[in-house]
Design a binder for this molecule. Structure first.
Ligand SMILES: N[C@@H](CCC(=O)N[C@@H](CS)C(=O)NCC(=O)O)C(=O)O
Length: 240
């Protein structure tokens, strides 16, 4: 295994929440790496070589060996740097580990619902909005147990773990998407608001955004809104 900080590269793109999952994971663990910004309109030959199956970022390159898929990369980081165990991304207990993987998979499986909410209009969008609210309600119920009743700061407990990292996009990217779409999902009127249909999820979002590693490593919110507005405009212009 390579020594820490040696030959670790992250291929990412600034508006991608998937890139940020990995970037946050590396920073939380204290692993030095080199970040390479990809232009997704003109993918580099390195990206195509490192991720020939999906041709997507993020890709972590460790000693010239590529690992793709953000949640797979997070698990890899946990296993490849066992000496960095003062900030575990996965719980030690097998049952808690399985629970973290369950929620990670749940969030991944629901990506298409939010994508539909983002890119559609009319009745299709109304349906997608309702479905997205149901997904958020399921997460709120889990947050009520973890954050509300058990008094944890994060889903991972006292520190940020894989479930938090996978869900992290909701606390920033989803809010920017709401602005671009013009339809509210989270009903988080201000950063501090804990009212509305998702009070425990709101509390978790605030805790997450306030963590120094997260706070110092977020894309500019206005740039993100602008990016999403353009993207949505293009989707609508090219749809039937
Ligand atoms: N499931 C993947 C999703 C990665 C993904 O969708 N990446 C997007 C950027 S946000 C991408 O590279 N898109 C390029 C393309 O689709 O051509 C992960 O978790 O890493």
């Amino acid at each position: 295994m390579e020594e820490e900080g040696e030959d670790v590269k992250l291929l990412g793109a600034w508006p991608s929440p998937f890139s940020y999952r990995v970037l946050w994971g590396l920073k939380l663990k204290g692993i030095s790496f080199q970040y390479e910004e990809e232009d997704l309109a003109r993918k580099s030959s390195a990206l195509l070589r490192y991720n020939p199956v999906h041709r997507k970022i993020p890709v972590l390159v460790h000693g010239e060996k590529p690992i793709a898929e953000s949640t797979v990369i997070l698990e890899y980081i946990e296993e490849a740097w066992p000496q960095k165990n003062d900030h575990p991304l996965l719980p030690q207990d097998p049952l808690e580990r399985a629970e973290a993987r369950f929620w990670t998979k749940f969030v991944e499986d629901k990506n298409p619902t939010f994508f539909r909410y983002f890119r559609s209009t009319g009745v299709d969008q109304e349906q997608a909005t309702e479905e997205a609210k149901q997904v958020l309600k399921a997460i709120e119920d889990y947050a009520e147990l973890q954050i509300g009743k058990e008094g944890k700061k994060f889903f991972g407990g006292g520190t940020i773990g894989i479930t938090d990292l996978t869900l992290g996009w909701i606390s920033w990217w989803l809010k920017a998407m709401e602005e671009a779409v013009g339809v509210k999902l989270l009903m988080e009127t201000t950063d501090e608001a804990e009212e509305g249909p998702f009070p425990n999820l709101s509390r978790w979002m605030k805790n997450f955004r306030e963590d120094p590693v997260i706070r110092d490593n977020l894309p500019d919110f206005d740039d993100l809104v602008l990016y999403f507005k353009r993207l949505r405009h293009n989707f609508i212009a090219t749809s039937d």
